[in-house]
Design a protein around this ligand. Structure first.
Ligand code: UDP
Ligand code: MG
Length: 329
C-alpha cells in the first residue's frame, strides 16, 4: 500500500456495464497524457449487471485501473466515500462513469489546482442542454434551495465532478457522519477553491441511476444534514396553531357569554382535524432528526468493500468497523 500516485480518479458506478469500454477509451489517453503517476479507482457499487466483469477485463490491460467492489448497492455518495477512503493520490478527482463529465477536463483541473494554489477545483456545468428539461428544472430548484440553506459558497450546478487535495480528503475522511453529501460538504469546509467550466454531455450508455425517488432522497438528505430549518418550521407551526387556539377559545367564550352558542360541531371538528394534523406533522419532522441521531449513534458502516484489486491477497477484507453487522446505506 505504499504506492502513492499524484492523482487518483474515483469513478463510482452502478450497473454501468455498457459505459465501461467507452469510459476506459476516453479516460486512459487523457491520464496517460498527463505525465504524472495516477490510479483510477473504479468503485463498483454492488452492480447486478456485468459491470464487475467488464472492469476486470479492462483491468487486465490497464495496470493503473484499480477495482473496488462494494458488497451491496450503497448509493452514489457512499460509493464516493469508499473511493475517497481508499484513494492514495496526492490529488483525488471524482467523475461519473457515464461520461456526462468530460475526462478531458481533468488535466486542466489539476493545472488550475497546482498553479492557483487551491485545494478544491469544482467542475461547473455551464451548459446542461444535454439534460432533460425535467432534470434541468429540478436541478435549478435544488441548487437554489441549497444555496439558501448552506450559503452562497455552494457553487450552482457543481455536482460530483471535482478535484480535491490530500488535505481536504483527509478532513472528509475524519468526519464521523454516515450520510455525506459531498457537493455541499466540500464548499462548507471553506478551503480555497477554483472552478473549471464544462458542457454537460449526454449519457454515453445506459439510463440514469437517479430516478425521481433518489433525487428527492438526495434533496432531503442535503436539507436535513445542513439545516434545522424543517425543525424550526415545526416550532413555528406549533406556535401559530397555539395562537389560533387562543383566538378560538376567546371566540367560544364570547359566544357562550352572549348566549349565541351554536351546536358547534363543525368548528370543533375542524379544529380537531387541523390541530391533530399539525401535531402529526411536527412529530414527523422531529422523527426525521431523531432518526438521523439514531443512525449516527449506531455508527454502522455506510459501505463494505468485498474486493480490492490492489490487495488481492486479502480479497475478503472489509472496512466495516463491526464486520458482523449487516451494512446498510
Ligand atoms: N451511481 C452509483 N451508485 C448508485 C447510483 C449511481 O455509484 O446507487 C453512480 C452512477 O453509476 C454514475 C454516477 O453515480 O457513475 C451518477 O449517476 P447517474 O449518471 O445515473 O446520475 P445523473 O447523471 O442521471 O444525475
Ligand atoms: Mg449521469
Amino acid at each position: 500500500m505504499d504506492f502513492s500516485p499524484v492523482l487518483s480518479v474515483v469513478v463510482p458506478m452502478f450497473n454501468e456495464e455498457a459505459a465501461v469500454p467507452e469510459l476506459v477509451a476516453r479516460l486512459r489517453p487523457v491520464l496517460d497524457g498527463c505525465g504524472v503517476g495516477y490510479e483510477v479507482l473504479a468503485v463498483d457499487d454492488g452492480s447486478t449487471d456485468g459491470t464487475g466483469a467488464a472492469l476486470l477485463e479492462e483491468g487486465r490491460r490497464w495496470s493503473q485501473l484499480r477495482i473496488v467492489r462494494l458488497r451491496r448497492n450503497s448509493g452514489h455518495q457512499a460509493a464516493l466515500t469508499a473511493g475517497l477512503r481508499l484513494a492514495r493520490g496526492e490529488w483525488v478527482a471524482s467523475i461519473d462513469a457515464d461520461l456526462q463529465d468530460p475526462p478531458e477536463s481533468l488535466p486542466g483541473m489539476l493545472r488550475v489546482a497546482l498553479e492557483g494554489g487551491v485545494d478544491v477545483v469544482y467542475g461547473v456545468r455551464s451548459d446542461r442542454s444535454a439534460d432533460t428539461l425535467f432534470k434541468r428544472r429540478t436541478a435549478d430548484v435544488y441548487y437554489r434551495l441549497m444555496r439558501r440553506l448552506v450559503g452562497t459558497d455552494v457553487p450552482a450546478h457543481a455536482g460530483d465532478f471535482r478535484l480535491l487535495s490530500r488535505e481536504v480528503v483527509d478532513v472528509l475522511r475524519g468526519l464521523p457522519e454516515r450520510a455525506l453529501v459531498y457537493r455541499l460538504l466540500v464548499p462548507s469546509l471553506g478551503f480555497p477553491s477554483a472552478e473549471v467550466r464544462y458542457v454537460r454531455e449526454r449519457r454515453v450508455a445506459g439510463t440514469t441511476k437517479y430516478p425521481l425517488g433518489r433525487m428527492i432522497a438526495l434533496a432531503w438528505e442535503s436539507t436535513t444534514s445542513f439545516s434545522a430549518a424543517p425543525l424550526r418550521l415545526a416550532t413555528w407551526l406549533g406556535l401559530t396553531s397555539f395562537l389560533l387556539c387562543l383566538l378560538l377559545m376567546a371566540f367560544g367564550t364570547a359566544a357562550y357569554a352572549t348566549g349565541a352558542a351554536l351546536p358547534g360541531w363543525t368548528s370543533l371538528f375542524l379544529a380537531v382535524l387541523l390541530l391533530s394534523g399539525l401535531q402529526l406533522l411536527c412529530l414527523g419532522l422531529l422523527g426525521e432528526y431523531v432518526g438521523r441521531i439514531y443512525a449516527a449513534v449506531q455508527n454502522r458502516p455506510a459501505f463494505q468493500v468485498c474486493f480490492d484489486s490492489a490487495e488481492e491477497s486479502h480479497p475478503a477484507r472489509t472496512t466495516a468497523n463491526t464486520p458482523s453487522r449487516k451494512a446498510f446505506s
